[in-house]
Design a protein around this ligand. Structure first.
Ligand SMILES: [Cu+2]
Length: 497
């Protein structure tokens, strides 16, 4: 798929695109069911459900409406694929995906369906993954039930009890990193009576991305955890890439048609102020639920949330989808297009289409000088531990903030994924391994307490004091042999080649 530069998108954002590419016709027909049939279905025994494979589509396509008046067991097959794709023109990123692209495939089921999820993590994946369905009722939305090491498949099922449009996402530690790498998508649980018929349906999910280089910096850009924590994305995009639904990839429709958009927000951080420039949403399923609001200009879509919007197209032109937190649209990529062809209606709109020019304002960051005493406090840094007990106390906080998500509260780890730090023979054999793990990360095959692990631990950006304290805490916890690591030892390893 050809992606375009943001500059090119902005240039074409307000003008009618002349390209002739046609979007697939997708007339939408609601499922019809009488009240009597519906109440009969409510009592339908699970064992007798017909089994069907879910029709799943990549964005911006939406599977056709369900033409069913009964519940079914719907089999949803999801494959996790880690792969490098284009974020923007000349910018590559290693995405973690459900099904090979961002967002993951659209899943459409019916209220009352039994959803069986067959969740596979490709053998060439570097880390385990799982899936949390916001449409599921049960612990973690299936996160633990679907936790899957590379080269394995997990199966679990849930009943789609409540209709609505729901996000699904990966919830493997570090959760923020998995979501930031693109692990999210939408599942629609159609109400039993179906949704009103429209002419076209589209699938759009916003997400924010954090790269080492700033916006547009070329080459393969690694994920930047620090920016993610600060919630300062370099990219805010629809459907995973700058230009995924703009320019040559714009959504297409015709005057007179009704359009429904299933819009999600994967986050991980930002809330979307979703707006289509030049249109008013006739109906908004607020937050993807039953509440329908009418005549809406901009609808809020929380991170980990969704909305269903629909509108009728009265006049032709290019309608720009944006996050109306507007720097995101014009400086970070949150820009899509719906190109509408057909006859003018001068009464609705006089026909003058304006062309705006984007002028960068310059991004120099300003600072305010500190007083001499403030500067000295900054220079001194936080209070340091003066003995082993203080190291252990400070180290516990470092552990909880930086290691617990993977190695677990009592250092017990997760079999097949995160090795234990409690009574780890691997660590006990050489304390320096702990220092190396923090400074450089760990990858490749290692054996801990007789069990093999072949995963990746990212390096953790701790200073010498934090690293010394967390390791001293670990050595003196959970039945480990004791010991102490000093900041000087960490510094020596940091400087060693
Ligand atoms: Cu994941």
């Amino acid at each position: 798929m050809k992606r375009q530069t943001l500059a090119a998108l902005i240039a074409s954002a307000f003008v009618m695109s002349a390209c002739g590419q046609q979007a697939a016709e997708k007339p939408a027909e609601p499922a019809q069911a009488s009240a009597a049939e519906q109440s009969a279905q409510n009592q339908e025994p699970q064992g007798e459900l017909p089994v069907i494979d879910a029709v799943m589509t990549h964005a911006p396509e939406v599977p056709p409406p369900l033409d069913r008046d009964h519940a079914a067991k719907v089999v949803v097959k999801i494959e996790v694929v880690e792969k490098v794709m284009q974020m923007a023109d000349g910018v590559d990123y290693k995405y973690w995906t459900f099904g090979g692209d961002v967002p993951g495939q659209f899943i459409r089921v019916r209220e009352g369906d039994q959803v069986e999820v067959q969740f596979s993590n490709r053998p060439d994946s570097t880390v385990p993954h799982n899936i949390d369905f916001h449409a599921a009722t049960g612990p973690g939305g299936g996160a633990a039930a679907s936790f899957t090491a590379p080269g394995h498949t997990s199966t679990f099922s849930f009943k789609a009890l409540q209709p609505g449009l729901y996000i699904y996402h990966c919830a493997t530690a570090p959760v923020g990193m998995h979501i930031a790498n693109g692990m999210y998508g939408l599942i629609l649980v159609e109400p039993k009576e179906g949704l009103p018929k429209v002419d076209k349906e589209f699938y759009v999910v916003q997400g924010d991305f954090y790269t080492k280089g700033q916006y547009g910096e070329r080459g393969l850009q690694p994920f930047d955890m620090e920016k993610a924590i600060k919630e300062q994305p370099d990219y805010v995009v629809f459907n995973g890439h700058v230009g995924a639904i703009a320019g040559d990839n714009a959504l297409k429709a015709k005057v007179g048609e009704t359009v429904r958009m299933y819009v999600g927000n994967g986050g991980p951080n930002l809330v979307s102020s979703f707006h289509v420039i030049g249109e008013i949403f006739d109906n908004v399923h607020v937050e993807g639920g039953d509440l329908i609001n009418k005549n809406i200009q901009t609808t809020l879509i929380p991170a980990g949330g969704a909305a269903i919007v629909d509108f009728k197209l009265d006049v032709p032109g290019s309608y720009t989808l944006v996050d109306h937190s507007i720097f995101r649209a014009f400086n970070k990529g949150a820009l899509g297009q719906l190109v509408v062809e057909g006859d003018e209606d001068k009464a609705v709109f006089s026909g003058k289409i304006s062309d705006t020019v984007y002028q960068p304002e310059g991004g120099a960051i300003q600072t305010v000088p500190l007083t001499a005493s403030e500067a000295q406090r900054v220079e001194e840094g936080p209070a340091k531990a003066t003995n082993k007990e203080e190291q252990i106390k400070l180290g516990k906080a470092v552990y909880e903030a930086n290691c617990l998500a993977c190695h677990q509260a009592s250092g017990q780890g997760v079999e097949g994924a995160f090795p234990p730090l409690a009574k780890s023979d691997y660590l006990a054999a050489d304390t320096k391994r702990g220092i190396h793990a923090i400074l450089r990360g760990v990858s490749g095959k290692i054996t801990v307490n007789g069990k093999e692990y072949n995963s990746v631990m990212p390096s953790v950006a701790l200073n010498d004091d934090q690293a010394a304290n967390v390791l001293t805490y670990i050595l003196n916890s959970w039945g480990n042999n004791g010991g102490q690591v000093s900041p000087a030892e960490v510094a020596a390893e940091r400087n060693a080649k």
